[in-house]
Design a protein around this ligand. Structure first.
Ligand code: BGC
Ligand code: IFM
Length: 810
């Protein structure tokens, strides 16, 4: 069952009922000012950092769900309704929500009044624009009262939820004309404030939540709205809000438009404070002036749409498969941008106050983003590397505003260092910009400890080399990619369970997954060393890779599949010898995509085992059999009920690894089958089971052991976005950036047909036509570049604006 449909022409998902199984959200903003907005106008806004600079309040865990947002109440006689249905939930005569790229639109109607609400964050300004148009479709004049509503968050969203003894006394506002200023904290030299304004005269306002709502009332029944009149309250402590009241008369057929603006204003550091508590409004005036008219707003929206069009044009496919086209050309790339911006900080499943930017997460997000805005990817790599420790290990997370490592969480996830090689390699293959490798980057944000980025990568590599266990496999530390596989949590060092031990000192848990990563990214590191002319270093890395490869073959193979790990006692994890958790997906996917066991015939076996033991109609599960009881020696993974999350859920993130692995062994049918099982455009058909947004990936789908098999959770912020884009764009459609050009090596299902790719790469537009006359799954017979047949399948880098390529598979 569907709750809407894709409008590919407008690059929108159109939701046709407000009662979707879960809130279906969109992200507004792509640089510094962001808003989350649901299909019923729920959500919140923040500047740069969802924890530290939160503009509006949102309550997770609320009942009913998704309460709190930017609301417009329309009072038409005794009827009060909202264009987004919530919070009054007055039944609407019509409703539609269109989530587009960086904007959302609502069209709804009630009693012959039509409302159209457009919400977006313009490109260049730190604000969200809400343009509301009301039209009288009846043949009588209508008297309406419009009320706007936002609830301010007192900036630090974490403190805002906890520190009531202080916060209920700090709130301050100011009103001037139609502009409501939120000034809490201004007097303590924060030098920032927020505004909520409208481009028309107002007939009233409220800034105290209690006065607007009335005692014991919720957002669904504000007393001010019910009585048709704001109270003119000036918030002093408690909970400041901003609400405008506008009385409107609409003649039959008449429309009126209102432009609301929620803005963040920060005075530059060097600017002296005026009197305490007196804000400098000049910047607010300036900002408001830029969005006074419909023309200004329409122009800003058109600029935003053009921006997206241009960005997405960097990779486009035209094939006979509409679902692939839609995901590749629009939604998958869009989600990659959102994950790049948010990492794992703010979604409807990440509260914005918990996790900031993940080291591992951000490195992976970059793999799906780097072709869009390489300059921002470059900056991000430097930021991430700046949090690395001198020994190559890394803070697991950092805060976006301060860009400092999070010492509460610390380090010890032993896969982290290698992801830095992965993203740097992707960046250099995309751009050819080797200058990043010589750029001086601090360790732990301390410029007294700084070294060229290439040295950071070397330390990443060496961290694995110097942290191996008795089987010559990498020590897992606190965990590897699988955060919940905590093999050292039961150790000889109670109370110190999160340390990374050397083999002689204590626990010896080892990870086959990190070994797979080392083989892949060790080779990519060697290529970077070669680019830098350091052939000895490349040879050293390759010899370490060969050693690791052999360690995997000797100690990481279980007979029919790759082992997952050795626990702290040296016992196998993910082996047929185990009672539960006999096979895990991660090493099958990663070892094979790294090329391990392909020539030995083990890769094919491992993939066969995945199909037999882990596959379901909704995707591939992370492990089987699910753990039915808690295992102290395995940690958090066994804390989940069977079928959820890391305990046998379908962890979407590693499905593309297996799909890529299938392309490595040339199995296009299976690679595509895996791709399509979790692909939103396919999953849309059964949205009532899947429940999360059908236009983006979720982190997890409940596995076969779960009562709600097929139900997804944790939509939007997941490495699935980047890895799926890598899979479909680079491996299935097969266009892969290398240091010497674009490799074309598709691996498609039978019957996929011919297709075209448009790719902007290193200053050139490549127009690539792939023909598959013999309907093969893999294999390139001929590549013709601007009329000339070339050797091999790497389309060279040229100094021309356009290059036309014909590729014949066979
Ligand atoms: C959570 C896991 C989650 C992981 C993500 C853990 O603390 O319990 O469920 O997947 O963090 O980093
Ligand atoms: O790898 C992690 C990721 O960093 C955060 N989400 C869960 C994944 C698997 O544990």
């Amino acid at each position: 069952m569907k709750y809407g449909y894709f409008d590919d022409k407008n690059m929108e998902y159109v939701i046709t009922t407000p009662t979707t199984p879960l809130p279906w959200i969109n992200y507004l903003g792509s640089d510094e000012f962001f808003s989350l907005i649901s299909n019923t106008c729920g959500g919140y806004s923040f500047y740069k950092d969802a924890k530290l600079l939160r503009l509006t309040r949102y309550r997770y865990n609320n009942v009913p769900t998704d309460t709190g947002g930017k609301y417009y109440y329309i009072k038409d006689g005794d009827t009060v309704w909202n264009p987004g249905w919530q919070p009054t939930k007055t039944p609407l005569d019509s409703y539609e929500c269109r989530h587009g790229l960086g904007y959302s639109r609502f069209h709804s109607s009630k009693n012959e009044i039509e409302a159209s609400l457009l919400c977006f964050v313009p490109q260049k300004d730190s604000c969200e624009i809400n343009k509301l148009t009301l039209t009288n479709k009846s043949n009588q004049a209508k008297e309406l009262t419009l009320f706007s509503f936002v609830e301010w968050c007192l900036w630090n969203a974490d403190d805002d939820m906890k520190n009531f003894q202080r916060n209920l006394s700090t709130g301050e506002v100011e009103i001037e004309g139609s502009v409501i200023y939120h000034k809490t904290e201004y007097r303590e030299r924060r030098n920032h404030y927020a505004i909520f304004s409208v481009n028309s005269p107002i007939d009233g306002f409220d800034t105290s939540r209690d006065d607007f709502l009335g005692p014991y009332r919720g957002f669904d029944s504000p007393v001010a709205v019910e009585s048709g009149k704001c109270t003119g309250s000036i918030a002093s402590g408690w909970s400041p809000i901003a609400s405008h009241e506008i009385n409107i008369t609409l003649a039959p057929g008449e429309s009126r438009e209102f432009i609301f603006l929620l803005g963040y204003i920060e005075n530059p550091k060097e600017e002296k404070f005026t009197e305490p508590g007196i804000i400098n409004k000049a910047r607010a005036y300036d900002l408001i002036q830029r969005y006074q008219t419909s023309e200004q707003v329409d122009k800003a929206l058109a600029d935003l749409q053009e921006y997206w069009q241009k960005l997405l044009s960097r990779y486009q496919v035209h094939s006979a498969n509409d679902k692939v086209n839609r995901m590749v050309n629009i939604w998958n790339q869009y989600q990659c941008m959102v994950t790049f911006n948010m990492s794992r900080s703010a979604s409807y499943y990440e509260s914005g106050i918990g996790r900031g930017m993940g080291f591992r997460d951000s490195c992976q997000d970059l793999l799906g983003f780097v072709h869009l805005i390489p300059e921002r990817a470059r900056e991000r790599i430097i930021d991430i590397a700046s949090t690395q420790f001198e020994d190559g290990s890394a803070y697991h997370q950092y805060q976006p505003l301060t860009k400092r490592g999070n010492s509460d969480i610390g380090s010890g996830f032993n896969d982290d260092p290698l992801w830095l090689i992965a993203c740097t390699s992707a960046y250099v293959r995309e751009t050819g910009d080797t200058s990043i490798l010589t750029e001086t980057v601090p360790f732990e944000n301390d410029w007294d400890k700084a070294a060229p980025l290439m040295e950071h990568l070397k330390r990443s590599l060496n961290f694995t080399i110097t942290h191996k266990g008795p089987h010559g496999l990498p020590l897992i530390g606190r965990a590897d990619w699988n955060d919940c596989l905590n093999l050292n949590c039961f150790s000889e060092h109670p109370g110190e369970s999160f340390q990374t031990y050397g083999p002689s000192e204590g626990p010896v848990a080892e990870s086959v997954f990190i070994a797979g990563m080392f083989v892949k990214y060790g080779e990519e590191y060697a290529q970077l060393a070669e680019l830098m002319g350091d052939h000895d270093e490349a040879a050293r890395a390759r010899s370490e890779v060969a050693t690791m490869y052999n360690a995997v073959l000797n100690y990481g193979w279980d007979g029919e599949w790759f082992l997952r790990a050795y626990d702290a006692y040296g016992n196998k994890v993910g082996s047929k010898e185990c009672e539960e958790g006999q096979i895990y997906i991660e090493p099958q996917g990663f070892c094979v995509l790294a090329g391990i066991g392909v020539k030995e015939g083990l890769a094919q076996k491992a993939l066969k085992s995945v199909k037999e033991k882990l596959d379901t109609k909704y995707g591939i599960m992370i492990l089987q059999p699910a753990y039915t009881r808690y295992h102290l020696e395995l940690g958090e993974i066994t804390s989940y009920p069977p079928g959820y999350k890391e305990n046998a859920g379908i962890f979407c993130h590693n499905n593309p690894w297996v799909s890529i692995a299938e392309t490595v062994v040339g199995n296009g049918n299976r690679a595509f089958e895996i791709y399509s099982k979790t692909c939103p455009a396919y999953v849309e058909e059964f949205s009532e089971i899947h429940r999360t947004e059908p236009y983006v990936y979720s982190q997890m789908i409940a596995g076969a052991d779960a009562p709600r098999h097929g139900e997804a959770k944790n939509s939007w912020l997941t490495g699935t976005a980047a890895w799926t884009f890598v899979n479909i764009s680079q491996y299935i459609l097969g266009l892969r950036p290398t240091h010497s050009g674009l490799m074309i090596d598709p691996c498609v299902p039978e019957g996929f047909g011919d297709f075209c790719l448009e790719r902007y790469y290193r200053g050139t537009n490549y127009h690539i036509q792939v023909k598959n006359p013999s309907n093969v799954q893999k294999g390139v017979k001929e590549v013709i570049v601007d009329g000339e047949v070339i050797e091999g399948n790497i389309i060279p880098i040229v100094d021309r604006k356009d290059v036309f390529v014909e590729v014949i598979m066979g």
